[in-house]
Design a binder for this molecule. Structure first.
Ligand code: KIV
Length: 272
């Protein structure tokens, strides 16, 4: 039965594959709540990532490590309710998939069942390949994530560019091929040299989405709050700000406080 409303055509993993084949760049952003996900989706984004960066952006933690599976499911289910077109991908949080393939599968199943999202993302290459294969065996699409993997920040010790040295670059090339062979539908490459990212994107058949990885990849991802300029302190070279919401929101709240104090708000027209 028709409801009479025209629904936009959903983005699927197959759509992303076609975009790569046709040279159409993929636009991906994070979102963590219903209201912003609805705006981002309606503005035409292809992929919404419910990133574990929610740990920093939404909860104020210093790293992505503390966020829990229940918290990710809460964010993801809010996002899913706001989305009509985009593919919704959810990060498996730290400690819910590493070193335990059955645990990885259970975490992914919980995300899919309880949030209604369309795919999961997890960090790492060969060391998590068993978990990836097990999740894929349940029919759950998996996006990989190589390069700077923030869940390993205490191993790296710093957020500087990864894989500048040939040994690490070689390992990354091999890991990308392993993720492709395992059946991942896409890979995020974070903060690596642009030439290496372009080489990887050209060497695998699945879409490669970059963040701080240059122009030679199949698409780009940014953290929504960073590109909207909500946060003034985070200024990496790869970040382009498309708005200055820090100043807009501060100005709006200052104006409201002033109007309440001065009794300008509410006016006669703003009461019953
Ligand atoms: O959690 C996140 O926001 C991410 C992106 C930076 C790719 O993983």
């Amino acid at each position: 039965m028709s409801t009479g409303t025209v629904q936009p055509k959903r983005v699927t993993t197959h759509t992303l594959q076609e975009m790569k084949a046709n040279g159409v760049k993929i636009a991906m952003l994070t979102a963590y709540d219903f209201s912003l996900a609805r705006l981002v989706d309606a503005a035409g984004i292809d992929v919404i990532l419910v990133g574990d960066s929610a740990s920093n952006v939404m909860a104020g933690h210093e790293t992505t490590l503390p966020i829990t599976l229940d918290q990710m499911i809460y964010h993801a289910s809010s996002v899913v309710r706001g989305v009509q077109r985009a593919l919704v991908v959810v990060d498996l949080p730290f400690g819910t998939y590493q070193g335990n393939t059955k645990g990885a599968l259970n975490s992914a199943i919980r995300i899919m069942k309880e949030s209604g999202a369309h795919a999961v993302k997890l960090e790492g290459g060969r060391e998590v390949i068993g978990g990836i294969e097990r999740i894929l065996s349940a029919g759950i699409p998996v996006m990989g994530h190589l390069g700077l993997t923030p869940q390993s920040i205490y191993k790296f010790g710093t957020y500087v560019v990864r894989a500048r040295e040939e040994a690490e670059a070689l390992r990354l090339r091999e890991d990308a091929r392993m993720l492709e062979e395992a059946g991942c539908f896409a890979i995020v490459l974070e903060k690596i040299p642009a030439s290496l990212a372009a080489e990887v994107a050209a060497s695998v058949s699945i879409p490669v989405i970059g963040i701080g990885a240059g122009q030679g990849v199949d698409g780009q991802v940014l953290v929504l709050h960073d590109m909207l300029g909500i946060n003034k302190e985070f200024n990496p070279r790869f970040l382009r700000r498309y708005a200055a919401l820090h100043d807009v929101i501060t100005g709006a709240v200052e104006g409201y406080v002033k109007d309440v104090r001065s009794r300008d708000f509410p006016s006669a027209d703003e009461q019953y």
